[in-house]
Design a protein around this ligand. Structure first.
Ligand code: P6P
Length: 375
């Protein structure tokens, strides 16, 4: 009976957040409404990414036109997906809708289109007041007539350069509460990550998985395409205290500073007789962090001589992933401080980051502290 009950007792992401409602009495359902609009954006991107992949790998599409077409794969990922998805009121959604696109039709890259969908969904929720997107140079201040109390920082399609080869990519988001709804400014999004009220990512891969924390642990939801609902599949995710994997772009090794170089050396040639860690690096942050969260280990994008602040963006890459790691029992460090304590001064500011299993990150912290002492 228990199994039957679980089968019919569908815990959707909306229901799960509503269950959390009592812990946020001040939100009065506004957060649930905001989240439902973020979920809409994720469903759109999931559908669009799958359609592009379908055209990139037409073997499953069965359409002679798509298979015989000579359009180079790179065009598919640039294709005006609005038509492909029928968003632009296009009637013929068949594969050759793409063929018409290269006759002077407006073509949009998937990340630009995804950004437009998220911005419009967030504004139309009536629950946001400031938006910061990786795709937009400036912050978006929502018109007072549609203004709510949440500030959302997001990367609509992180890792999008990987789409042509089918590697998992994702949307990353963080949510702050506005300080004063009647006096909104950039300061509302230049807050330390520890002030976020929620953070999450949606990974578009073999399945569409949304991982979310509202400050009471981390939960994973998988999109059931037949229902169009995200169903709770990974309740209360906890990252192993120590892991066997390390995840870094070794191609930057010649530019690393001493603590990072020493840490990676220790991963490969441990002196305590333990087995070396395995290297796993996908080059798509959502995929690398998702694996780290579930399997344990450490993900690092350190500073180096070429990029003294590393590559990853504070507001919509470092903070949301650090928030999730801490909520799952791990930790996140910038090389100087706890990542969530960092106070950003620019909306697209970068920071080095070391995040993952608590004990693994502790080792990096100790190496930086030792280096500090020498200085
Ligand atoms: P590199 C993707 O472009 C991204 O922003 C993150 O998703 C990923 O972790 C990182 O850059 C990969 O950077 O320099 O290793 O290719």
């Amino acid at each position: 009976h228990a199994a039957d009950a679980r089968r019919t007792d569908l815990m959707t992401i909306t229901r799960h957040v509503l269950n959390e409602q009592p812990k946020h009495p001040e939100s009065k359902g506004d957060f649930t409404i905001l989240l439902s609009h973020i979920v809409l954006g994720c469903k759109f991107v999931c559908s669009a990414v799958n359609k592009v992949l379908l055209f990139l790998f037409p073997s499953t599409i069965g359409s002679p036109i798509a298979i015989s077409t000579s359009i180079p794969p790179s065009l598919f990922s640039q294709a005006g997906l609005a038509k492909l998805i029928g968003l632009a009121g296009e009637t013929n959604r068949r594969p050759f809708a793409l063929l018409s696109l290269n006759q002077g039709e407006e073509q949009k890259k998937l990340d630009v289109l995804s950004n437009e969908v998220f911005v419009k969904a967030l504004i139309s929720s009536g629950r946001t007041c400031v938006l910061v997107s990786e795709e937009d140079e400036e912050a978006t201040f929502v018109d007072p007539s549609l203004r709510g109390k949440y500030c959302v920082v997001f990367d609509p399609l992180d890792g999008s350069s990987n789409i042509d080869c089918g590697v998992s990519i994702g949307t990353i988001f963080g949510i702050y509460m506005v300080k004063d709804k009647d006096n909104v400014s950039l300061d509302d999004v230049l807050q330390p990550g520890k002030h976020m009220v929620a953070a999450g990512y949606c990974m578009y891969g073999s399945s569409c998985t949304l991982v979310l924390s509202t400050g009471n642990g981390v939960n994973g939801f998988t999109l059931d395409p037949s229902l169009g609902e995200f169903i709770l599949t990974h309740p209360d995710i906890k990252i192993p205290k120590r892991g066997k994997l390390y995840s870094v772009n070794e191609g930057n090794a010649k530019n690393w500073d001493t603590p990072t170089a020493k840490f990676v050396e220790k991963c490969k040639f441990p002196k305590d007789g333990s087995s070396p860690k395995s290297l796993r690096y996908i080059g798509s942050m959502v995929a690398d962090v998702h694996r780290t969260l579930l399997y344990g280990g450490i993900f690092l994008y350190p500073a180096d001589k070429k990029s003294p602040n590393g590559k990853l963006r504070v507001l919509y890459e470092v903070f949301p992933m650090s928030f999730l790691m801490e909520q799952a029992g791990g930790q996140a460090f910038t090389g100087e401080q706890r990542a969530l304590d960092l106070v950003p001064t620019k909306i697209h500011q970068r920071s080095p980051v070391f995040l993952g299993s608590y004990d693994d990150v502790d080792e990096i912290i100790a190496l930086y502290a030792a280096e500090e002492k020498k200085a």
